[in-house]
Design a protein around this ligand. Sequence first.
Ligand code: FES
Length: 149
Amino acid sequence: MIDFPAREVRLWDGERCRYTLSTSADLVATNIERREVDWSNSLLLSMRFTASRIGPYNEFLYVFFKCLSMERIEYVENYYDSCQDDGQDIVLDGWQVQRRCPHLRADLGRFGQIEGEVLTCTLHGWRYDLTTGRCLTADGHDIRASAVS
Ligand code: FES
């Protein structure tokens, strides 16, 4: 078990987990022995696993399995740093929201659609609750938003 919050790898004792990925011990041992840096290609594409999750999709988990070397993790950390909000806002249908989509920085002035209190970025369909700023599609991608009075 990889316990990210506790920063440890340990035997799973049957506790409830947010993400469960089960495969044979042989496949895991082979990946470790070969020092594979992209388990997405070396294991997940084989489809020889079962998976489940509680809650929304977390792209960081799958990115982690693609970046199992210092070089790759540094690259991806720099990429996410460069995606940070640039502070620009726009007004869209009575809401002031940040201009760039937290997913891949699409211009929400062009790709944003608001229905009720939900903003959808039509480039990839990610959705945001404007009242809280919470991303409804994935964790860790909240948006800055407030109602224009
Ligand atoms: S860039 Fe907005 S959903 Fe992908």
